[in-house]
Design a protein around this ligand. Structure first.
Ligand SMILES: NC(=O)c1ccc[n+]([C@@H]2O[C@H](COP(=O)([O-])OP(=O)(O)OC[C@H]3O[C@@H](n4cnc5c(N)ncnc54)[C@H](O)[C@@H]3O)[C@@H](O)[C@H]2O)c1
Ligand SMILES: [Zn+2]
Length: 365
């Protein structure tokens, strides 16, 4: 069990430490140098986060402005093109195997910079400095990196664990409210997967999100508990051959609606929609307790997140998009489904359940 301290919490995975602390950026230089000593540090960030935080991080690790690499913000840029341009720019600036990459941004930057780190010079170390709620509680932990393709999300990527994760709650003060809400979707997911009591606490935070103190105890406990749940699962199953599949709850349909919206729907909003439909699916096929969907739907609404597909989006398009999912097999797609809030269905019999497209039509229709 991890230690709880009043102002900060550390979660130690077998290979790396996750520091969760208001003001952690103040000592980012020491944290990064300790976890990943390097000749040179390259900072990958985006056009929203870079102007606010990159120079602070750069001076702490004694990086110059020519090793701050800024990409346009947004999911539409999590592509092979951006990956190619970043690796070219690293080479032009003289970065080599002795470079450590710092991913400073939301989940898009984390996935992208992690994939650059996984592939540049056949792999260099990287440190995750997540700046969105979603990246803090989910994307920065677990070592999944990658980019999207026209066929679907995250279809090209690699497992590459960070050397450390540094989450400074203070940076959430500049996160736009819609992205704070989007992050709550992953917290709701963690509650559904592993902890019903935590689920209720997430709903309480969600209901007061507009006025919440981002460096206060409620947010600290939310970030810490979510990371603890995610860290526990990925430590038990790093490569997703078993229990890690449960983290895909809400994501098979979520990724499909996200793709169908041309990434206009935020990832968290798409996951919220996905969780509502997937729990309905679980009730319909009899693996979930009655009332599970209603509870999840209420939680999603309390966070101000959408609970159904945008109406112009056709059921058939969504179903076609699920076929691109990594979990698709001939004629049916595999889903991680809840048994109730706090526990997933399957267990030793396998954590993903094949669902036919006809069943899907029934739920989405
Ligand atoms: N690797 C994983 O295990 C994993 C898990 C969950 C999600 N993801 C990925 O994460 C991505 C979604 O992440 P996201 O929701 O963080 O999106 P994002 O990276 O696009 O960030 C959301 C927006 O907020 C801005 N932003 C971030 N932090 C800010 C701050 N502190 N102040 C001001 N603006 C800030 C960003 O510039 C962006 O415009 C998706 O691509 C998803 O696939 C990956
Ligand atoms: Zn997600």
């Amino acid at each position: 069990m991890v230690m709880v301290e009043p102002r900060n919490r550390d979660v130690t995975l077998p290979a790396y430490r996750v520091t969760i602390e208001a003001g952690a950026l103040e000592r980012i230089g020491d944290l990064v140098r300790e976890a990943a000593p390097a000749h040179r540090y390259a900072i990958i960030t985006d056009s929203h986060v870079g102007p606010i935080y990159a120079s602070r991080v750069a001076s702490a690790v004694r990086a110059t402005s020519d090793t701050i690499f800024t990409v346009p913000a947004g999911e539409a840029h999590k592509t092979r093109d951006t990956w190619a341009s970043l690796t070219d720019r690293l080479l032009v600036s003289g970065c080599g195997r002795d470079t450590t990459i710092i991913a400073l941004g939301g989940g898009v930057v984390g996935d992208l910079a992690g994939f650059v780190a996984a592939t540049f010079m056949r792999g260099v170390p990287f440190v995750q400095v997540p700046t969105s709620l979603l990246a803090m509680i989910d994307a920065s932990v677990g070592g999944k990196t990658g980019v999207d393709t026209a066929a679907g999300k995250n279809l090209v990527g690699s497992f590459h664990q960070p050397a450390a994760v540094v989450a400074d709650l203070g940076v959430l003060a500049s996160l736009p409210p819609e992205h704070l809400r989007a992050g709550m979707a992953e917290a709701i997911k963690h509650g559904v997967i592993a902890d019903s009591e935590y689920f209720d606490r997430v709903v309480a935070v969600a209901s007061s999100l507009a006025t919440i103190e981002v460096v206060g105890p409620a947010m600290l406990h939310l970030v810490a508990r979510s990371i603890e749940i995610k860290a526990d699962i990925v430590t038990r199953d790093e490569r997703e051959s078993g229990v890690r599949k449960t983290l895909n709850f809400g994501h098979t349909l979520g990724h499909a609606v996200e793709l169908c919206s041309n990434y206009e729907l935020l990832h968290g909003n798409a996951v919220a929609i996905g969780m509502v439909y997937e729990s309905a699916l679980a009730e319909r096929i009899g693996v979930a307790d009655a009332g599970t969907t209603a509870r999840i739907c209420d939680a999603v609404r309390s966070a101000g997140l959408p609970d159904s597909r945008p109406l112009p989006m056709s059921v058939e398009r969504i179903i076609a998009a699920t076929r691109a999912d990594k979990k698709a097999r001939a004629g049916s797609t595999e889903y991680a489904l809840p048994a109730r809030v706090g526990a997933m269905a399957g267990g030793d019999r396998g954590w993903s359940i094949p669902v036919s497209e006809d069943l899907l039509r029934g739920v989405l229709g």
